[in-house]
Design a protein around this ligand. Structure first.
Ligand code: HEM
Length: 512
């Protein structure tokens, strides 16, 4: 009797549970449909490429060449178009300077999708925060990028680069092309760890950093795939899939690395001698500021906030510069005449010295123009997203209400032929001072623009100049025609098959 009663109540419980799940699912569906309706109504005055009823434009976005697909759409829809990822997530995709200015000169918050997808990894750091908390953190961290702090980093960038170049010297002996992306990544991470996290010199590719590097690689790929796969937008579904579990495993590896970095610096701070050294420094580095200072209102960062900032800077500070340096070297290999001119300039600046000094960086005029042209054609961050906190009116009279989602397609903006004649042509003179004068300030946005621009842009520009200058002194770069890179958007601009280049050592007096 008891087992029968027990099994009856179990089956009733099962029925109730399935009913509840169905009801919750139904409620969720209604919410999603209402959201779709309001996003679609908001974008009424904008058309777009034909959409699939279920996938929207997601299938096109998943294809190789999706970045160039968007560029082809910009010819049909000159200012902006609707972009649907699945049935419920719709952005207004913009790529015109006045449109970009209308949104990006304001401080609207980041769009929940996709930034919420990276929260379990980088937490609520500067990249995703908004409102007073963002302002407070930005103010706290800005001094870490003061030029007095950046000055000594020139030597650090040079030392990490030399370690990479020594490795390349070995590889070049085989007279075969090789993928430079991964080596550049380890070098950029090493530089960042030394500059902002106080790592001591100890060579590239430590196993701890290697695992972190690979974890970040997986996290960016997985996040991009999650954005493009609408079923994965739902947390409940995502965490149940093998994809979601891989994401959590990679997060764990990244967090272990971050925790270790924080622990080591905290331990060093216990040491009275180390503390005195820090107090005597006029400018504190990024981690000193996070660990030691309190802002004017005496608000100290919680452990979670501190870890979020470390995770944010660790990711933003190396993956972006890796992409920037790798694509720049690809451009140099592709356009040897510009490569020669840059090398000549660097040789002239150095004279008989073998390392750069701070003042040299402002003399690298041609190299800087080539770097900017490479950022135009291969922006390391090709797409950024916002959610409007108030309505916006665009120059052509169209508008969007609060709550609308915006995707700024930096890659397409930089190929907008109304600003950039012959956009596919690599022409560094676009960035000569005469040609820059009069150009729309929102036409070139590799570091975004407005209040939420990149806090690390000066750090990044310095690093790219030092690293590429030294690379050009040591090697001649040529393409491997059998392995052209396949552009791939993984939050950051990467290549599906790496960036394979042939390197020819330039012999003595080459900046060793
Ligand atoms: C060539 C290299 C770099 C490029 C192209 C780049 C690009 C960008 C872009 C486009 C944004 C805006 C993101 C958005 O709106 O979602 C951004 C924000 C940010 N970047 Fe960079 N970045 C680079 C290097 C760095 C470095 C070296 C650091 C740190 C050391 C850094 C730290 C950040 C942070 C913390 C933010 C968020 C700023 C805020 O919202 O206040 N970036 N970056």
């Amino acid at each position: 009797m008891v087992p029968i009663l027990f099994s009856m109540s179990l089956s009733r419980l099962g029925l109730w549970a399935s009913g509840l799940i169905l009801a919750l699912g139904f409620l969720k569906l209604i919410c999603l449909l209402v959201r779709r309706q309001s996003l679609a109504r908001a974008m009424d005055s904008f058309t777009g490429p034909p959409t699939h009823w279920l996938f929207g434009h997601a299938l096109e976005m998943q294809q190789t060449g999706s970045l160039d697909k968007v560029v082809s759409w910009t010819h049909q829809f000159p200012y902006a178009h609707q972009l649907w990822i699945g049935p419920f997530l719709g952005f207004l995709n913009i790529y015109e300077p006045d449109y970009a200015k209308a949104v990006y000169s304001r401080g609207d918050p980041k769009a929940p999708d996709p930034y919420d997808f990276i929260l379990p990894w980088i937490g609520n750091g500067l990249l995703v925060l908004h409102g007073p908390k963002w302002f407070q953190h930005r103010k706290l961290l800005t001094p870490a990028f003061h030029y007095d702090v950046l000055k000594p980093y020139v030597a650090v960038f040079a030392s990490s680069t030399r370690a990479m170049l020594d490795k390349w010297e070995e590889k070049a002996r085989e007279h075969k092309s090789f993928d430079i992306f991964c080596d550049v990544g380890h070098m950029a991470l090493d530089s960042l760890m030394k500059c902002t996290f106080g790592k001591q010199d100890g060579g590239l590719g430590h196993s701890r950093e290697s695992s972190y590097y690979h974890a970040v690689y997986n996290l960016t790929v997985l996040t991009q795939q999650r954005l493009q796969e609408f079923l994965y937008h739902n947390d409940f579904i995502y965490w149940l899939t093998p994809h979601g579990r891989r994401f959590l495993r990679a997060c764990q590896v990244a967090h272990d690395h971050t925790d270790q970095v924080i622990r080591e610096r905290k331990a060093a701070l216990q040491d009275a001698k180390e503390q005195a050294k820090i107090q005597n420094r006029r400018h504190l580095d990024f981690l000193d500021i996070l660990l030691g200072t309190q802002d004017e209102n005496e608000i100290k960062l919680s452990d979670a906030e501190l870890r979020a900032e470390v995770d944010t800077f660790m990711f933003e500070g190396h993956d972006t510069t890796t992409s920037a340096i790798s694509w720049f070297l690809y451009c140099m290999a592709r356009y040897p005449e510009h490569q020669d001119r840059c090398r000549e300039e660097v040789r002239e600046i150095l004279g008989d010295r073998d390392s750069f000094q701070w003042d040299d960086l402002s003399k690298m005029t041609y190299l800087t123009m080539c770097i900017k042209e490479s950022f135009r054609l291969y922006p390391p961050v090709p797409q950024v997203y916002r959610q409007l906190s108030k309505p916006v009116n665009f120059v052509d009279g169209r508008s969007l209400p609060a709550g609308s989602l915006i995707s700024l397609h930096i890659y397409a903006l930089h190929r907008n032929s109304s600003v950039w004649p012959d956009p596919e042509v690599f022409d560094p003179l676009r960035f000569s001072s005469e040609n820059v004068t009069g150009r729309h300030p929102f036409a070139f946005m590799p570091f975004s623009a407005g209040p939420r621009n990149c806090i690390g842009q000066q750090f990044a520009m310095n690093e790219v100049k030092v690293v590429t200058g030294l690379c050009l002194l040591r090697f001649e770069f040529a393409l491997d025609p059998s392995r052209p890179p396949i552009k791939s958007l993984q939050l950051i601009l990467k290549s599906k098959n790496g960036i394979h280049l042939q390197l020819k050592p330039l012999g003595p007096n080459s900046g060793k």
